[in-house]
Structure formats: structure tokens, C-alpha cells
Design a protein around this ligand. Structure first.
Ligand code: OVM
Length: 399
């Protein structure tokens, strides 16, 4: 029997140019319809934009590995931007070991115990933001809320916490090419990197915080001190910018869908579904890469060993092969199978933290706001990985 394979669809479009990053959703259909497997000659990488292939790549971690980096850079040929993460940039069996340590840290009962305190913070921030009828939902809410609760939860040093956002922004830019967006965020980044490294050390973490728990559970599992520090670094890298934009994008979705706001106001059980749908519809992490460990056939295309492949998560989340009316924001829809948190063994470790944060912020807004709309066009914060807003000016009617 002869097996026929086809060529990948060659794509001239640069998925990391400013125009694409500012409006990725304008280009996703072109990428999805070009074929099951794409080729980006500009970067020498393959890509997948359809849900089935994205899911296949993320499920088969033996073939599509993470240890050669989950950004454009191949760690087998290039020096990583930073010491590789022991979670994100590791494969089994090492990944299983670190992931199980972290699963204990983020366990649900521990998270639930924090919910009441977070609700008071959300109520306070929402009250301060909405009382004048106009506010910026990114700078006055989506950024403030995670920065109020997350550093305290981890037990970070009180001074210098403003480095968190700059650091995370650089980490997410570093998954992409060395373009202008990436270069610009590196200006003055050394201070943030040094602060982060210091903050991950046991003696600099507050007793009772999750940072020390990482060290304690890590030590029990046989990890060395520097490894525990790197696991704390994962929390700081992935725990702030992601939730900020998850919350910001969700509020932005509601600002353009008054009918969805009315629905969630009349039925609070829709709060949970609304955040999942927001992640599907306008996800915060747009893309991640894998590298092939062997020659493999994917979607009828032969890939060589050592090939980089970009999974376009946000495009898969609007694949009409998977979803009805994928471009519509419908908070009552069935969203299971969305890849906004990734898929497979690396699926977002902090997803329950993110959900609890977003649901609490949304609940607090629903309590206080009868209607909301855009007061001016929002502005984007361009990032190689994250779909992010810089500003979201809203006009609200109070409940
Ligand atoms: C890490 C890390 C950093 C950025 C993102 C991420 C989405 C993980 O250092 O482990 O997951």
C-alpha cells in the first residue's frame, strides 16, 4: 500500500506582525481554511489552526514535546530566553514529578478557603471603579484585582510587586520571534528579572503563603532548593498577566453583548459559563509551540523530526468544524473542549485559580452594574502570545 501525503499550506502572512497581533481573529479563518497543516516560511515552522489538529498535537506529548521550548525558539539549537520552566518546558517523566508537586499547591480546598477574602476585595474595587459611572475596566479593575490577591496568596515581598507585570509580559513575548514588540519589552527588564529570582527564595517568601508551600511540597518530593525556586517562578510567570487579560477580555465581551449581560444578571448560574465562553471566544493565550521528537504524519502531511509547530489555540476555539456559530459570544453554549487553557498534560495548572478570580470579579460587577457599554474604543497591548487590552473605557448604569 502506498501512503500519499500532501504538502502543508504555505502561509505568507506573519502571525507575529503588529497588524496580526492587534486583530488575530480577522485572520484565523484564512489560516483554518488554508489546510489542516500550515507552513510559515518566514519562520520555518509548521502550524495548526483547526481544533482537531490542535487537540491531536497537544494530546500526543510523546511526539510533540515541550522540552525543546513552547515558543518559536528551539532549545536544541538556541539558548533559551531564561532557565527553562520545570513545568511548561519539561516532558514526562520529569514533568509528572513537578506537576504533582504543584497540583498539591493549587488543590481546590485550599483555593476555596480564599474565596471569601477575594469577594471583599472584588466588591471594594468594583465599588470604587463604578461609582462615577465611567471607568477603565482594565487599569481600574482587571489589573488591580489579581495584583491585590495573587502576590499575597503566594506570600511575595511587599515591595517591588510592580515588577510582576513587566516580567510576565517579557516571558510571554519571548515565546514569539525577536520582533520589535519583544525587543521593546526588554528595556530595563533586568531589574524585574532580579526581583523575581529573589522573590522565589524560601527566606523571602512569607510564612503561610503558597510560595513556601511550593518549597515544602517540593522538598518532600525530593526536589532541590533551586528547583523549588523555579516552580515558584512558574506561579509568578503564568499567574498574573493571564488572569488580568482573562478578566479584561471577558468584560470587553460583555460590553459588546448587552443581551449576555442581561442574561447573567437574571441567572447567576451563567457566571461560570460566561468565563469559559469568554476564554473560547477571545482567549488570553493565543498560541503555543511544540517540537516533533520523530518524523510523523499529521493531517495528511509528513513532518520531519525536530520540526517546530505552532498551535493556534484561539483559531481552534472558533473552528466551525467544532462549534456552531463560532464567532458568536453565547454564554449559554456548551464550551467543553475549548483549548483556551490548552489541552493534555500541560493544560493550565492554575485554571481553577483563574476561574475563581474571574467568577468573583464578574459576580461583583453583576451585583453593582445594571448595564455597561464601551465609552470609547478600547486600546490593545500588543504581545507575541497574549491577547491583551491596555485600556477598556466603560460607561455603566448602576443597579
Ligand atoms: C512557567 C510558565 C510561564 C509562562 C506561561 C506558563 C502558560 C508557564 O514558567 O512555567 O504557562
Amino acid at each position: 500500500m502506498t501512503v500519499t501525503t500532501s504538502e502543508p499550506a504555505s502561509i505568507a502572512l506573519d502571525p507575529f506582525c503588529p497588524a496580526f497581533l492587534a486583530d488575530p481573529y480577522a485572520h484565523h479563518a484564512t489560516l483554518r481554511e488554508a489546510g489542516p497543516v500550515l507552513w510559515f516560511p518566514r519562520y520555518g515552522v509548521f502550524g495548526v489552526a483547526r481544533h482537531a489538529q490542535v487537540q491531536q498535537v497537544l494530546t500526543d506529548w510523546q511526539t510533540f514535546c515541550s522540552s525543546r521550548g513552547v515558543g518559536l525558539a528551539d532549545f536544541a539549537r538556541e539558548t533559551p530566553f531564561r532557565t527553562p520552566s520545570l513545568l511548561l518546558e519539561r516532558d514526562p517523566p520529569l514533568h509528572r514529578q513537578t506537576r504533582s508537586v504543584m497540583n498539591k499547591v493549587v488543590a481546590l480546598p485550599r483555593l476555596k478557603a480564599l474565596a471569601q477574602g477575594w469577594r471583599s476585595v472584588a466588591a471594594e474595587l468594583v465599588e470604587a471603579a463604578v461609582k462615577r459611572g465611567r471607568f477603565d475596566a482594565v487599569t481600574q479593575l482587571a489589573e488591580l484585582f489579581p495584583l491585590r490577591i495573587f502576590p499575597d496568596m503566594v506570600g511575595l515581598p511587599p515591595d517591588g510587586r510592580d515588577h510582576l507585570l513587566a516580567y510576565a509580559t517579557s516571558v510571554f513575548n519571548a515565546f514569539g520571534p525577536r520582533n520589535a514588540v519583544f525587543e521593546q519589552c526588554l528595556v530595563g527588564i533586568e531589574a524585574a528579572q532580579a526581583w523575581i529570582a529573589d522573590a522565589c527564595r524560601y527566606q523571602n517568601l512569607q510564612p503561610g503563603g503558597w510560595g513556601r508551600d511550593v518549597h515544602d511540597f517540593g522538598r518532600e518530593a525530593g526536589l532541590a532548593e533551586p528547583e523549588c525556586e523555579l516552580l515558584v517562578r512558574s506561579l509568578l510567570s503564568a499567574g498574573v498577566d493571564t488572569t488580568i487579560n482573562g478578566i479584561g477580555n471577558m468584560i470587553h465581551a460583555f460590553a459588546r453583548h448587552p443581551e449576555a449581560w442581561a442574561a447573567v444578571r437574571s441567572d447567576r448560574s451563567l457566571v461560570k459559563r460566561a468565563f469559559e465562553e469568554a476564554l473560547r471566544w477571545e482567549g488570553t493565550a493565543q498560541v503555543f509551540f511544540r517540537t516533533t521528537t520523530r518524523a510523523v504524519e499529521l493531517g495528511g502531511v509528513s513532518l520531519p523530526e525536530g520540526a517546530k509547530i505552532v498551535t493556534l489555540l484561539a483559531a481552534a476555539n472558533r473552528d466551525p468544524r467544532q462549534w456552531n456559530d463560532p464567532d458568536q459570544f453565547v454564554i449559554t453554549r456548551q464550551t467543553s473542549g475549548h483549548v483556551g487553557f490548552g489541552f493534555g498534560i500541560h493544560q493550565c495548572l492554575g485554571q481553577m485559580i483563574a476561574r475563581q478570580e474571574a467568577e468573583i470579579v464578574l459576580d461583583a460587577l453583576v451585583d453593582r452594574v445594571a448595564a455597561l457599554r464601551l465609552a470609547a474604543p478600547p486600546t490593545r497591548r500588543i504581545n507575541n502570545t497574549l491577547y491583551a487590552l491596555a485600556n477598556l473605557p466603560l460607561e455603566v448604569e448602576l443597579a
